[in-house]
Design a binder for this molecule. Structure first.
Ligand code: EPZ
Length: 429
């Protein structure tokens, strides 16, 4: 199993290219199930989760062709996927596949909408909490699906097709919103989604579906209206830049000090996080090419932050912010309001010398002068990268084990950081 070794203390300077967003790529790939034509996706990041979803889609009969790089092409440009769900050969997504990646549960809606039936394993728990799927099922029920839960599987049927309906989410849910939008795209009549998630990835998927012939308006607001159409066709769409990757590297630069251009980043996708970064005393400058992050040797100021759905501070950056605040001058408070158990990084950060007290959903972080390198264990994707951020500023050597968590969501992390001067390397056994 690969490990990452980091020797802390180097400032970061240079440029880091931001890849296409994982959390847009996954639902976009899943949306290919809605049409028998080919969907072409550009700017797709090279991630373990993309490969895993390719296998899951393959099980339904979907062909995914990945265009190779040509000589002279920039290795930082994402890949192009040609996805064809011409013949769906199987409408079941088995436990062995779904349990490895929660988002694969989302195949339920497009399979049901196009084929009239789908059987998908419940995803089960994961490292960041219980993460139920009741609201996804509720959305499909409102669109006329008959739903049974049997033997750990959700079986959804709509032999006569889905019909438009009113869906009001009691809680903002990204997966629930993707599910409702994809199902409603092929339903008869109009669907209105209230309290929809406003995450940029929802708008990106809706843009792509509209290119495929769907009639979706209001994506990016909390009220989405969808006029169902009988069929969707092929399209070509470029995945938007990854706001969580952007925020992660921005926090890394704040941690080490330095001056880095996050190329292709779009600041409006993570304004709340960049505002928090500015409060810490880091300079954030939007430029024509992306966002520039600079920090001199002044100490970081502490902050009080609560995670929230977009446009609030993202839960997917909570661990990274906590790593940064371990070195602030004073006391910070970070409250996790989306997932009940997303604090796996706390114990590992403590191994590096961080002083963090957990009380329910709130972490109190007393900044320390020095962190010290140690062996640590990656637990989930964002927790792992928070350990990398801490290690970049720790004295001596840190070894991050179970790197496959990082590979799920960060493309060429060690290359991007070492190109900016970090002492970081991957060790393969
Ligand atoms: C998406 O997960 C993201 N995943 C997560 O990214 C992200 O943390 C999360 O949204 C919140 O922003 C992808 O986009 C692939 P939710 P999702 O449904 O859709 C509760 C990462 O690190 N809920 O918005 O699964 C749920 O428990 C990850 O890249 C229900 O109660 O999250 C949570 O408290 C991990 N019932 C809240 O809603 C349901 O049926 C928000 O979850 C569904 C959700």
């Amino acid at each position: 199993m690969d490990r990452i070794r980091i020797v802390g203390g180097e400032r970061l300077s240079g440029a880091i290219p931001i890849s296409g967003a994982k959390n847009a790529t996954l639902p976009l790939m899943i949306a290919s199930l809605l049409t028998e034509d080919t969907l072409i996706l550009d700017n797709v990041p090279h991630l373990a989760d993309v490969g895993q979803l390719q296998r899951i889609l393959g099980n339904h009969g979907v062909d995914v062709m990945i265009a190779g790089k040509r000589p002279g092409e920039d290795p930082n440009h994402g890949r192009t996927l040609h996805i064809s769900a011409k013949n769906i050969v199987d409408t079941t997504a088995p436990y062995e596949l779904v349990s490895r990646m929660r988002a694969s549960f989302w195949v339920l809606a497009p399979l049901l909408a196009r084929m009239g039936v789908a059987k998908v394993s419940m995803p089960g728990g994961c490292a960041i909490g219980t993460r139920p799927v009741d609201l996804l099922i509720m959305a499909l029920d409102k669109l006329g699906a008959a739903i049974e839960i049997e033997g750990g599987y959700v079986i959804a049927r709509a032999r006569q097709g889905l019909r438009g309906g009113e869906i009001e989410f009691p809680k903002v849910t990204v997966g629930g919103t993707h599910t409702a939008v994809m199902a409603a795209a092929l339903a008869r009549g109009t669907t209105v989604i209230e309290n929809a998630a406003r995450e940029p990835e929802i708008s990106d998927v809706a843009d792509c579906l509209n290119k495929m012939g769907a009639k979706i308006s209001g994506a990016g607001t909390s009220r989405i209206v969808i006029e169902g159409v009988p069929k969707l066709h092929g399209a070509r769409h470029a995945v938007l830049p990854d706001r969580i990757e952007t925020g992660t590297y921005a926090f890394a630069v704040a941690m080490t000090g330095g001056d880095v251009l996050l190329a292709n980043a779009r600041p409006e996708l993570l304004q709340a996080a960049l505002d928090v970064l500015a409060q810490t005393g880091t300079t954030v400058t939007p430029t024509n090419e992306g966002v520039r992050i600079t920090r001199n040797d002044a100490q970081l100021s502490p902050v009080d932050v609560t995670t929230a759905p977009f446009p609030g501070f993202p839960t997917d950056l909570q661990a990274q912010l906590m790593a940064l605040m371990t070195r602030a001058k004073g006391t910070s408070h970070i409250t996790e309001a989306i997932f009940e158990n997303r604090f796996m990084h706390v114990q590992e950060l403590a191994r590096l010398g961080a002083n963090i007290q957990l009380d329910g959903q709130t972490a109190t972080i007393e900044g320390v002068k020095h962190l010290k390198g140690a062996p640590v264990m990656a637990t989930d994707l964002r927790a792992s990268v928070s350990l990398v951020i801490a290690a970049l500023a720790a004295e001596g050597e840190t070894e991050v084990n179970r790197v496959y968590h990082l590979d799920r969501g960060f493309e060429r992390l060690e290359d991007k950081l070492s190109a900016c001067g970090a002492a970081i390397e991957r060790i393969s056994d």
